[in-house]
Ligand binder design. Sequence first.
Ligand code: NAP
Length: 292
Amino acid sequence: MAKVVFLGLGVMGYPMAGHIATAGHDVTVYNRTTAKAEKWVAEHGGSYAVTPADAVADADFVFSCVGDDPDVLAVALGENGGNGAIAAMKPGAIYVDNSTVSADVAGQLYVAGKARSIGVLDAPVSGGQAGAENGALTVMVGGDQVAFDAALPVMECYGARVVRMGDAGKGQQAKMCNQICIAGLVQGLSEALNFAIAADLDTDALLEAISGGAAQSWQMVNRGDTMVKNEFDFGFAVDWMRKDLRICLEEAARHDAPLPVTKIVAGYYDELSQMGHGRNDTSSLIRRLRSS
Ligand code: NAP
């Protein structure tokens, strides 16, 4: 069993770190707001530290799941006033970032790690809060094969499907593809369900009929019913999706790959955020159609 550190006990990190502890690893946690770290230790055992650097000196594996580019740079590299982990880790240890951030940040972490003989993996996840709580996330990984092989057993504590995509940054690029697919799909689902309601269709019967056919999707199966009921107080937040789509649009521009639908849907999410719905689930796109 390994010495593992988990940095960031949010909606995702809290249960992910819990699964690592349940598997028997010796886990130390860090959270910017210490109360959450205290709660986690009371629930799962292990210990907590008050800075990332304090947490990691002894660790074989360090995981992070925080927010946007500046947040990962703060916890991993100590930029923006943070107290970074990588400079304090022992050579030979491995850093795994589960946050959804730019491929550029993944590359910066990889280079910083390499200089200290620390393996770095970008390993963003998909599957949402429920996937994290059930230990059933999909993990898309970029970085060296050797580091991937070493970290795989620990990633499998919270991941049902863990796939190495290639070198550093490729995990983040794979996650971008995931989010590009979701953006257009949720808008299509919103339009269909809004139309069904306007046409006075039986939406239960509709979902039963089409969720087994060619239009089927995870979003339809897991969110169709709640979209009809106007329930959005859960799941993957609009403001996180805005971050993700910004990252997608920036990266796609670098590769000269147009994302016309994604760009439009990103604007719709901006509108929802301006309407005060930034913490609602991404399926709330249907709300725009109803209010217009
Ligand atoms: P969250 O609930 O908002 O939690 C964010 C965590 O990061 C908190 O522990 C927060 O600490 C910490 N944090 C943020 N900025 C920090 C900084 N500058 N320095 C130190 N700690 C910082 O977010 P989440 O939903 O768990 O998401 C985390 C990451 O996973 C994001 O990149 C997100 O895009 C990605 N993700 C989320 C989902 C989802 O369904 N939620 C799904 C897939 C991927 P405090 O407690 O002190 O605020």
